[in-house]
Design a protein around this ligand. Structure first.
Ligand SMILES: CC(C)(COP(=O)(O)OP(=O)(O)OC[C@H]1O[C@@H](n2cnc3c(N)ncnc32)[C@H](O)[C@@H]1O)[C@@H](O)C(=O)NCCC(=O)NCCS
Ligand SMILES: Nc1ncnc2c1ncn2[C@@H]1O[C@H](COP(=O)(O)OP(=O)(O)OP(=O)(O)O)[C@@H](O)[C@H]1O
Length: 198
């Protein structure tokens, strides 16, 4: 089974590309979705987050207030490390179980959508590293538009990650997502043909 790591920067277009891959019928394991599941009330990571950050970061229904927790951790690297150390081990555990499941099922290829593939040093898990790239200006514009955030909030998030230009040097293939969505689809198809996924 060939394992493709799909990565990028925040708002570079990973979800857009992963939706295309899903349409090809290739299974996706999405680290962002898993990172939401492992912090549901009652889960181990949930308890640790409340113990570390206090019940102030909870909504009235007991769920984690992601906006509030985000505003803490994207402004403060030390707090971010504390959160990462709680959430990432649980995300990894769940991802490994899912990889196993698809391996046993006899899938030819799967895609692991991991925003922090390089930062989290998970490159050893995958056979190919596929980067979705946008230039810094487009990234900032798309992030502000999508999340209705201020420029400061958007820049805090972007700066909490390895710069996209540095990630370029570490990838096996790069999709330039500055253009149209259709142009991105054509690039994706060409890469998958080259990698004999089709
Ligand atoms: C801080 C939290 C609560 C904010 O939640 P929110 O719903 O606003 O954002 P969401 O989870 O959808 O993440 C959006 C994007 O932010 C970026 N991002 C998220 N967490 C981090 C992080 N710790 N470091 C750098 N970038 C991050 C990723 O590009 C991600 O795709 C949440 O992101 C979180 O729990 N992060 C820690 C776990 C993590 O690292 N997740 C990302 C991949 S496993
Ligand atoms: N080629 C494109 N042209 C115009 N808009 C685009 C293009 N690709 C993506 N977008 C838009 O840019 C925003 C960010 O894209 P997307 O949500 O796919 O990024 P992401 O990398 O998955 O982000 P995150 O790291 O937050 O999960 C979205 O609003 C999306 O609709």
């Amino acid at each position: 089974m060939i394992k493709i790591g799909l990565t990028g920067g925040i708002a570079s277009g990973k979800s857009t590309v992963s939706a295309m891959i899903k349409n090809f019928g290739i299974p996706i394991i999405d680290a962002d979705i898993i990172s939401r599941e492992v912090v549901e009330p009652g889960e181990e990571a949930y308890k640790q987050i409340v113990a570390s950050f206090g019940s102030d970061i909870l909504l009235e229904n007991g769920q984690i207030n992601r906006k509030k927790l985000g505003s803490i951790v994207f402004q403060d690297a030390d707090q971010r490390i504390i959160l990462n150390n709680i959430v990432h081990p649980q995300v990894r555990k769940s991802m490994l179980q899912k990889i196993n499941f698809y391996e046993k099922k006899g899938e030819k290829a799967i895609v692991l959508d991991i925003p922090l593939l390089f930062e989290g040093k998970l490159t050893g898990w995958v056979d190919k590293k596929l980067l979705v790239y946008v230039d810094p200006k487009t990234q900032l514009e798309r992030l502000i538009n999508r999340d209705h955030s201020t420029e400061k909030q958007a820049l805090d998030r972007i700066r909490s990650q390895m710069p996209l230009d540095e990630k370029k040097a570490l990838a096996d293939a790069i999709i330039d997502n500055n253009g149209s969505v259709d142009n991105t689809l054509q690039q994706l198809k060409a890469i998958f043909r080259q990698w004999h996924i089709f």
